[in-house]
Design a protein around this ligand. Structure first.
Ligand code: PLP
Length: 381
């Protein structure tokens, strides 16, 4: 089945009891048993829910995995992955990553004796120098947030193969339509389904996908033991969002390409971060591992003036000033004070995340209106 068919059909059958074409929302906490231990595969809704099962089967197919395990949020999904580790284990992560991911690592799991190192691991010699006998996991976000660096997933996986190190890829920015890390050798994929998978800014949700059934079993155990499960209505909304994933992401990528080109030519803009530019350092890798170049664009202003950035951020009308990304509507954000506020300023500046950096999540509106909106805001400075 090709991707555009999978989003609509993979793992999804008409409801067996009524023929309902849409997966019903099984709003129930428990399931009646005929006799003790005699049931239809469902006992208690923390453990299993039929709406969630359908979504998990669909997500597994989208990432070419064998199992997907869904959670109440992207960070809850990540929490279960980090709980695969033991005290003393070490994780090497990309140094430019989602602020909440940095926070759960450094403020939650570090306390339990897990070590974290952040570095530009797209460079294999840099990665190699950081690997120790205690390294158990490599955490990869690509494209990175918000600097849009591209990490060669296959090169990282090839490098650690046979070393008893799990490679986990946060595939939120790309979505399964653009990039499938399991095909490149990754052990685990995590999504904040809140973003492109849901696609309509109306639900918080997360998922882990893998081909390794042993790890899937451990994560399923954690899902049930810890209990950060999504409600059935949230699963329904993600299933509904996924049906148009390919169309939405394709249009958003096309819009982003035009907006990146417009910004690059703008006299008030000093730098545009977008992997679709041939001179972007990750362009060749992006071309190899992604179907298109994504719909996230970051840019900086001449003079790196934060007040000017604030003017732009407060003067767009179609681009809404908000955290998050991946919805049908375009968003504009200020990583230094919003999504990446939990990362210390010195750490931010090291990766080029200045106080004047602006991040766009390009939506699927008419691109001429979006460019016009940015033009009006840039005229204010
Ligand atoms: C939003 C996001 C997360 C966290 O997901 P939630 O659903 O908000 O918990 C993790 N990684 C990336 C790249 C994100 O954008």
């Amino acid at each position: 089945m090709k991707f555009g068919t999978k989003v609509i059909h993979a793992g999804i059958e008409p409801d067996p009891t009524t023929g309902a074409i849409m997966t019903p929302i099984y709003q129930t906490s428990t399931y009646v048993q005929e006799a003790p231990g005699v049931h239809k595969g469902y006992e208690y809704a923390r453990t299993q829910n039929p709406t969630r099962t359908v979504l998990e089967n669909n997500l597994a197919a989208l990432e070419n995995g064998s199992s997907a395990i869904c959670f109440a949020s992207g960070l809850a999904a990540m929490d279960s992955i980090l709980k695969l580790l033991n005290p003393g284990d070490e994780v090497i992560s990309t140094d430019d990553l989602y602020g909440g991911s940095y926070r759960i690592m450094t403020k939650v799991f570090a306390k339990y004796g897990i070590g974290f190192t952040f570095a530009g691991i797209g460079d294999i010699p840099t990665l190699d120098a950081l690997i120790t006998p205690k390294t158990r996991m490599i955490w990869v976000e690509t494209p990175t947030n918000p600097m849009l660096n591209v990490i060669d997933i296959k090169a990282v996986c090839d490098h650690v193969r046979g070393k008893n190190i799990l490679v986990c890829v946060d595939n939120t920015f790309a979505s399964p339509y653009l990039q499938n890390p399991l095909d490149l050798g990754a052990d685990l994929v995590v999504h904040s389904a809140t973003k492109y998978l849901g696609g309509h800014s109306d639900v918080i949700h997360g998922a882990v996908i893998t081909r390794n059934e042993e790890i899937a079993g451990q994560i399923r155990f954690l899902q049930n033991a810890v209990g950060a499960v999504p409600g059935p209505q949230d699963c329904f909304l993600i299933l509904r969002g996924i049906k148009t994933l390919h169309i939405r992401v394709e249009r958003a990528c096309q819009n982003a390409q035009k907006i990146a080109a417009y910004l690059k030519a703008h006299p008030k803009v000093s730098k545009v971060y977008y992997p679709g530019f041939p001179e972007h350092p990750g362009h060749e890798v992006a071309k190899k591992q992604m179907k298109m170049f994504g719909a996230m664009v970051s840019f900086d202003l001449q003079g790196n003036n934060e007040d000017n950035a604030r003017k732009v951020l407060s003067n767009t009308h179609l681009f809404s000033l908000a955290e998050s990304l991946g919805g049908v509507e375009s968003l504009i954000g200020h990583p230094a004070s919003m999504t990446h506020g939990s990362i210390p300023r010195e750490e931010r500046l090291k990766v080029g995340l200045t106080d004047s950096l602006i991040r766009l999540s390009v939506g699927i509106e008419d691109v001429d209106d979006l460019i016009n909106d940015l033009e009006m805001a840039l005229q204010k400075i």
